[in-house]
Design a binder for this molecule. Sequence first.
Ligand SMILES: [Zn+2]
Length: 271
Amino acid sequence: MESSGAMTLNWVFYVTAAAFGAVIGSFLNVLIHRGPAFWKLVDDETRGDLISPRSYCPSCRKTIRSVHLIPLASYMMLGGKCANCGASIALRYPLVELAGALSGVAALALFGLSMEAAGVFFFFMVMIALAAIDAETGYLPDMLTLPLLIIGIIANAFDLFNATLGGAVLGVIIGYGAFRLVDIVFLKLRGIEGLGQGDAKLLAAIGAWFGWPVLPPVVFLAAIFALIGVGIASLRGAKIGKETPVPFGPALAAAAASAMIAHGLRLPYFA
Ligand SMILES: [Zn+2]
């Protein structure tokens, strides 16, 4: 039995964390679908704002019945199809709900019942939303990266996370500066943007949480994930040339989430 403080964590805690994570994941799906239009990053006024209308099928626009809004279970019961029009539900929906459930369990298992676990769960949720939004739209919204950055600084200022305040502030400056520098060099040499502004802000936010020393391994891991992603995409028949825009956000988010798990496992360097 693992214990955290006076509380003994048993399976009831883990089931609750998984269910809570899956429910938050289903809210994330709404944010991923509607956020980019609401924040005027993409042009689609039909998606509604962040709280209304109620969830609807993007294909036939019929409001989804409450019984069909149960995370993961509904997708499986409906065989991945809309109950009204039979259109396929994007695989992103159950995947985000599953990622939410796993995040709840991971935060609890690695950090116990603590403020730190709550912060880590929030961190995972923002990474999932950013990865999905970047994959679908090519944007990493400021409305997600900037609050993440500010909360990281606050958490470290109050000693709720593992970096010093100085290390966190330097993490922001170095994270943003390094990617902007890459961009400027790319623009000079090739005449195209290598990384977006959003990537630089995301790396700054990651620096705010972990402090600057964790940035090099995170960027290195992200580059490996991005190469794997490109490899899988070309195996599946995508044509990827030198000028094909490949979103770096999902790889960066996956690398940051991996660093968080490494921190939770107290691995050397990440502890
Ligand atoms: Zn439908």
